[in-house]
Structure formats: structure tokens, C-alpha cells
Design a protein around this ligand. Structure first.
Ligand code: CMP
Length: 142
């Protein structure tokens, strides 16, 4: 999948506010294809493991609390240059700094409650996709 796929999560703020459909439509209109999707309510252990790279950051506990506050929607998205393309499409971490027309500018509330996650490298895209999906759940993987 390296190079053509990435992992995204519509976070609990956006999912809970009923914005998932609009965000998926926004991304599909930009050429992303959904290869896997599920709706799940993360446990603290799952959220803590997913964001383990941020364990030493001051916002880590708050991030885990937020990510376990309600259901979220992980997806594998496909497009040429998927990782860079999705990061451009979602905009800066802080919606106040995100470019006009990006998902976070349109739908995020704050730097923490920022509507959507996107993998930051091809290696992490593979790791994060495996975190959420088994091979049988990914369209085109068999
Ligand atoms: P994400 O792209 O999923 O990666 C890590 C997440 O931590 C980020 O989106 C935000 O939800 C959150 N985050 C990053 N920086 C901060 C911060 N300074 N304060 C609070 N939350 C943050």
C-alpha cells in the first residue's frame, strides 16, 4: 500500500456532530477512494497505544480522553501520493491556522478537537492501517 494509501480517523468531535458524511464526501470529491471503514468507540488502552508517540507531551492524557469520548471512524483512503495529499486536504493541526477549504478549517473546533487524523508518513500509514484493520477488511487487499 506504500505510496497510494493512508489512514484517517474522523474524530469523536466531528463524528458526534454528524459531520462524517460531509467529510467523506469532501475527500471523495478530491479523488480519495475509501478502501476500508469502520465506526468504533476506542478504549483508553487503544487510544493510548495509537498516540504512544505523544506519550511525553503535555496534551497526551487530554488527547486520550478526547479520543475515547465517543465513536470515531477510522478509514483507509487511496489516492496517488495519499499521505501528502491527505495532509494537504485536512490542513494544519490548529484549525485557526488551516488553509481555507481544508477539512479542519471547515469542520474542526480546536487544536485538540480537530475533526480528523491523517498519517504523517508512508511507514506510519502502514502501521496505523494495521492497527485498525485486518487484511480481510480492506477492499482490494485479496
Ligand atoms: P493528530 O493529527 O491526530 O495528531 C495528534 C493529535 O494531538 C492532534 O491531531 C491533535 O488532536 C492533538 N494535539 C496536537 N497538538 C496539540 C496541542 N498543542 N494541544 C492539544 N492537542 C493537541
Amino acid at each position: 500500500m506504500a505510496g497510494t494509501q493512508t489512514l484517517t480517523i474522523i474524530k469523536p468531535d466531528a463524528f458526534g456532530a454528524g459531520k462524517a458524511g460531509k467529510i467523506v464526501a469532501h475527500l471523495e470529491a478530491q479523488g480519495f477512494v475509501v478502501r476500508a471503514a469502520r465506526v468504533m468507540h476506542l478504549t483508553a488502552a487503544q487510544a493510548g497505544e495509537f498516540y504512544a508517540v505523544h506519550r511525553e507531551r503535555p496534551f497526551y492524557q487530554s488527547l486520550v480522553t478526547f479520543m475515547t469520548s465517543g465513536p470515531c471512524m477510522p478509514m483507509i483512503l487511496e489516492k496517488e501520493g495519499a499521505v501528502a495529499a491527505l495532509r494537504k486536504a485536512i490542513g494544519a493541526t490548529d484549525p485557526a491556522e488551516a488553509e481555507a477549504g481544508t477539512v479542519r478549517k471547515l469542520y474542526a473546533e480546536s487544536k485538540e478537537r480537530n475533526a480528523i487524523h491523517a498519517s504523517d508518513s508512508d511507514d506510519n500509514a502502514v502501521r496505523e492501517a494495521r492497527f485498525f484493520f485486518g487484511e480481510a477488511e480492506v477492499i482490494g487487499a485479496r
